[in-house]
Design a protein around this ligand. Structure first.
Ligand code: MG
Length: 272
């Protein structure tokens, strides 16, 4: 890409930078290395929890801000920006901007929707560690991280599109949001990845003056993020139909293939 603007990359994890089944990012290492060499901020933006994302940040040696639980919160390491900005709470390491509703409220609404629709739905809060290990293919340690939820409830349910639409409508009536994340259905507050990306974009503009943003994802919960970046990229799984909502995204690049190999190839093309 020929630009004098500084790049900032926002990426989804599952099915995008990470393999959808093995969670490996190994094939993406060449592009990850180049991104690091060029000093490009790589912002992880996922439906995963803070604890899970810290696990991957450590593996990736990533020290940039990150977006957890579908935009439920934005964690900004304290040394990220050289100017003050508003935040909701702070930890030893981060300034935290909270965009979602508390997990307790979300689980409460989940239970109400379950009762009112009579639908057979099971959320992370209903599942044992063993179920989650077999359902997600995670290690016991990773399941412990995945259960540390703060703003989002992933769930499975029986039924088809009609049942999903009913549940979605009910959740909307309760002032919350339903989103498909590629592996699970999710119930969240009124947050999405796009709102969190927009806030970070402004912070980076303030810091770097002129930026160009890249966003890359593989699922419906990535669409709000793809809508607010300059260079949106959608990774399309084999045999999966293109979501209709993609047609609303200007300047979209669609790549055939998901996971770290596809991520690596398109990233090298963009930043190489
Ligand atoms: Mg994904």
């Amino acid at each position: 890409m020929t630009t004098t603007r500084k790049l900032v990359v926002f990426t989804d994890l599952d099915g995008t930078l990470l393999h959808p089944d093995t969670y490996s990012f190994e094939p993406a290492i060449p592009a990850l290395r180049l991104i690091k060499e060029k000093g490009i901020p790589l912002i992880l933006s996922s439906s995963k929890t803070r604890a899970e994302m810290e696990f991957y940040r450590k593996k990736l040696d990533n020290h940039h801000p990150f977006i957890s639980e579908n935009g439920g919160a934005l964690f900004v390491p304290k040394d990220s920006f050289s100017f003050p900005f508003p935040y909701d709470r702070e930890t030893e390491e981060y300034f935290v901007l909270e965009l979602g509703q508390s997990y307790a409220q979300i689980v409460e609404v989940f239970e109400i929707v379950k009762a009112e629709t009579g639908m057979r739905m099971r959320g992370f809060s209903d599942m044992t560690d063993e179920e989650l290990i077999s359902l997600c293919g995670l290690s016991p340690e990773e399941v412990r991280f995945a259960k540390k939820r703060e703003y989002d409830e992933p769930f499975v349910m029986e039924g088809g599109e009609e049942e999903v639409q009913l549940v979605k409508r009910k959740m909307g009536e309760k002032g919350m949001r339903y989103v498909w994340g590629g592996r699970f259905h999710h119930l969240t507050g009124k947050n999405d990845k796009g709102k969190a990306v927009r806030i970070l974009k402004e912070l980076y503009e303030n810091q770097l003056f002129s930026i160009a943003t890249v966003g890359i994802g593989d699922s419906l919960n990535d669409i709000p993020m793809l809508l607010v970046v300059d260079h949106p990229i959608f990774l399309k799984g084999e045999g999966t139909p293109l979501p209709e909502a993609l047609s609303s995204i200007p300047n979209l690049t669609i790549v055939n293939g998901t996971g770290p190999q596809a991520w690596n190839d398109i990233m090298l093309r963009i930043i190489g």
